[in-house]
Design a protein around this ligand. Structure first.
Ligand code: KDG
Length: 315
């Protein structure tokens, strides 16, 4: 039997690829605002803003964009002792454009520094010092060696007693559904908290109704699932509980990174002692606030923001 969350230097360590973000100012506009993205980086910054002790594991290019990220994580109090610089490959970037169907991502990341992550280079001392390790399907999709690195990190974290948080973040521009499904399904039994969105879980499972999706996740080996439904809230399910938490009405401007904010907030509250339902209630509010500004990182809320919002929403 694995021990309960133990003492460790970091509440949350995330592993994956940061992407410099260029976000269209409105549908059809030619102007793009520079910001920061990359699902696991968004998640770790969200957790840090909410008071968790955090560290990030990745590789950056030795370039201006990589240096921007180092400055960002320093400002956001994210430990970077697990960040390596690759002299031979660039930091990845992506563009966010907006249209009637919501936002669309276009990537310039093939051959990026993070995609050259290899198990042999992992900073295991950082990963072993985590209470929770967070990884995503994007971390696995960017290359075969990154995928191997995720599995090696999961092994190391589990052996040291860390809990595993996993967001499939299905991006079909990065890998075909059949391969994504094979890898994600193989990862499910290694997780403690599986955090998919409704759309991606429906694609992975082949069923569309929330209860059927949750059953599919548990049958695949995920003990606790938070099924993110955007403005329709979230379902939380385990062997003992299945509850729906309603969404919040906010003036949503850009949903980029809202799911990552949920993940970071969820982990921050779990290590603070919440159970999965309480953590999801909090994360649901944090994610709603994350949609009220442009970009993946700028609108991420602080604990004071979330507490005030939850108080207002009770009235
Ligand atoms: O969840 C938002 C992320 O998807 C975005 O920041 C970019 O990491 C990204 C990706 O790979 O799509």
């Amino acid at each position: 039997m694995r021990p309960v969350l133990r003492d460790a230097r970091f509440d949350l360590v995330a592993l994956g690829e940061p992407l410099l973000e260029f976000n269209q100012t409105r549908a059809g506009a030619e102007q793009f605002l520079q910001g920061f993205g990359g699902d696991t980086s968004n998640c770790i910054i969200a957790a840090s803003r909410l008071g968790a002790a955090t560290a990030y594991v990745t590789r950056l290019g030795d370039d201006a964009f990589g240096r921007k990220f180092l400055g960002l994580w320093e400002r956001e109090h994210v430990d970077i002792s697990g960040v390596r610089t690759d002299p031979d490959a660039p930091t990845g970037i992506y563009f966010v454009t907006h249209g009637d169907a919501g936002h669309e991502f276009s990537y310039l990341r093939a051959g990026s520094a993070a995609s050259r992550m290899r198990p042999a280079d992992l900073p295991l001392e950082v990963i072993r010092d985590a209470k929770v390790l967070h990884v995503s399907g994007i971390s696995q999709a960017i290359s075969a060696s990154a995928c191997d690195s995720v599995f090696a990190a999961l092994d190391a974290a589990r052996q040291s007693g860390a809990r595993i948080s996993y967001d499939p973040n299905l991006r079909l521009k990065l890998w075909p559904l059949a391969r994504a499904k094979a890898v994600i399904v193989a990862t499910l039994p290694m997780t403690d908290w599986f955090l998919p969105s409704l759309d991606e879980a429906a694609l992975l499972s082949g069923v569309s109704e929330a209860n059927a999706i949750l059953d599919w996740c548990h049958a695949g080996g995920a003990p606790v699932v938070a099924l993110k439904m955007g403005s329709d809230g979230v379902w939380v399910s385990s062997q003992n509980v299945r509850v729906h938490i309603s969404g919040h009405r906010v003036n949503a401007i850009d949903a980029t990174g809202a799911g990552d904010c949920f993940d970071g907030a969820f982990a921050a509250r779990i290590v603070a002692g919440d159970d999965a339902v309480a953590a999801a209630r909090y994360a649901n509010a944090a994610a709603a606030l994350a949609t009220t500004g442009y970009g993946a990182v700028d609108p991420l809320p602080t604990h004071a923001d979330v507490a005030a919002f939850l108080k207002r929403s009770k009235k």
